[in-house]
Structures are given as C-alpha cells and as structure tokens.
Design a protein around this ligand. Structure first.
Ligand code: NAD
Ligand code: ZN
Length: 251
C-alpha cells in the first residue's frame, strides 16, 4: 500500500528544492525489461559475478565475453526508457532536477532526454581496445565471435564500463561528488546501495544537508541509515505519483 502522505511530503521537498539530484541504479530499468544484478530474478542468480572482475576478464576473455554478450548486448538494444526515466527527464526540463548520477550503463536516461547525466560506471554502448585504446560504438563491432578483438591491432576489446576491481571514470566521479555536495534533495531510485564508491554519493549529500528521498519496492542498506523519506513501490508508479502532485505530465 503506497503511503500518499509520504508522497505529498516528498513532492513538497522537491518543489522547494533549489538543487536536486537523482541517484539511480539497476532497479529503475527493471520495468524496461533489464534485470538487476541482485534481488529476485537478479542476474547473479544465473551468472557468476567473477565474469565481470577485471583480472578474471584478462585471464579468461572468452568465458567473460560469452556472459557479457548475454547480459548486456543480447537484449539491451531493444530496451526503451520507462515512465520513471521520462519522469526524471520532465523534472530536468522543468528546472527541478539538476543532475542524474547513475550506476547504470544502459544509456536509458539519455534516451529519455536527460542532458546532465554522470555515468559512474561508464556506458555499455562504447567498447575500448585494451591495447591501442581506440574506442568503438558497439554497433560497428561484431559480437558473435568472442573474445572480441580490435579490427586495427587485434588487441582485446573490453566494454567501456567499469568492471569490479577497476577505477571509476575520474570526471564522472568528480562531477558526482560535486553534485552530491550541492544537493538540497537527492532522489535515490532503484539501488541496493551495495556497490562502492557509488553508494557514498547519498552519504555525501546527506552530510551536506540534503533531504534524501528513496524509492524502492524493498528496504535497502540506505533506507534506515541515510534516507529521510522512504517511498515503497516501483519506480514508475512512485515517480508517476510524485509528478502528479507537482502538476507535471510525464512526456
Ligand atoms: P542491484 O541489482 O544491486 O539492485 C537493484 C535494486 O533495484 C534492488 O534494491 C531492488 O529492490 C530494486 N528494484 C527492483 N525493481 C524495481 C523497480 N521496479 N523500481 C525500483 N526499484 C526496483 O542494482 P544496483 O544497486 O544498481 O547495483 C548493481 C550494479 O549493477 C550497478 O553498479 C550497475 O552498474 C550495474 N547494473 C546495471 C544495469 C543497467 O544498466 N540497467 C543492470 C544490472 C546491473
Ligand atoms: Zn586496438
């Protein structure tokens, strides 16, 4: 049962905020048909997370690539933004959302129209050669033969998103920390808050005085420690109710 009083409180906070950020995770894309890593129907119930560890990838590129193609490339292409992505886009257009810090690598925030998106873990649409560092759009690279090799130098190609054990892209990190610090309100949507250092962003926002509004069907690591308002439910449903309260139509 959704608590409409809490929705009204959260909408008031958003209306009054001079600087709002959204911190998003795999959960916001579940309703676009992309499974999350953890939780029910999570990918880690089916695949071994070590396939996305950097050392494992270099040691076993064929095995890693076989899993990577299945979980990130076989169906990512057909996925479209859902109501929650469009709601965040509308908030940005109306000047009520200043930045999205996303852990997702699916490009759906940009496809929904958001302009300021800090991709904490990179993007799956770009691939990079680990030898000559040339970057390629995934559509021009054949993914049916693995491991994928560079057309120029035959070096091993890696998706340009962050693997376990790999550094966070520096610009995305710096921009995210800056945005978190400036936040008066941070909306957390669809993340367990278990992946670091991404999960520090809400803590940084909170320490700098932000009100933290969390949306998730289930309580998370952040719910009792960081969040001020917990809105229990699916991203599309809760974002829809919030926008109704703000008298905004979703695009
Ligand atoms: P996670 O897989 O650890 O957790 C997903 C969270 O989403 C859970 O808390 C779950 O309760 C919640 N959730 C499920 N359905 C939801 C819905 N309809 N609305 C709102 N919330 C919902 O995800 P994470 O915390 O983002 O961490 C996983 C890492 O996996 C991230 O770093 C991300 O890079 C990566 N990942 C990305 C994608 C993607 O790009 N779409 C998909 C899988 C994993
Ligand atoms: Zn190369």
């Amino acid at each position: 049962m959704i608590d409409l009083k809490l929705i009204a409180q959260a909408a008031d906070k958003l209306r009054d905020s001079a600087f709002t950020t959204a911190f998003t995770g795999a959960g916001i894309s579940v309703e676009s048909g992309i499974p999350s890593f953890r939780g029910e129907n999570g990918l880690w119930n089916k695949y071994d997370p070590k396939t996305l560890e950097l050392d494992y990838f270099y040691a076993h590129p064929k095995e890693s690539w076989e899993v990577i193609v299945k979980i990130f490339y076989d169906f990512f292409e057909e996925s479209k933004p859902n109501k929650a992505h469009f709601a965040l886009s509308k908030l940005e257009q109306e000047g009520k959302l200043q930045a999205i810090i996303t852990q997702n690598i699916d490009n759906l925030h940009q496809e929904a129209g958001n302009k300021t998106v800090y991709e904490f873990h990179g993007n799956s649409k770009t691939l990079i050669c680990t030898a000559c560092h040339h970057k390629y759009h995934h559509a021009i690279i054949h993914l049916d033969v693995v491991p994928v090799l560079c057309p120029d130098c035959s070096g091993l190609i890696k998706p340009d998103f962050t693997f376990f054990g790999e550094a966070i892209p520096i610009d995305a990190y710096k921009n995210s920390v800056e945005a978190a610090k400036q936040s008066k309100v941070m909306l957390i949507v669809g993340t367990t808050g278990e992946v670091y250092p991404a999960a520090e962003m809400p803590v940084i926002a909170k320490e700098n005085g932000a009100c933290i509004i969390e949306i998730n069907p289930h309580p998370t690591n952040l719910t009792h420690s960081v969040s001020d308002i917990f809105l229990k439910g699916k991203a599309s449903e809760i974002m829809g109710l919030l926008l109704d309260k703000l008298d905004m139509d979703i695009l």
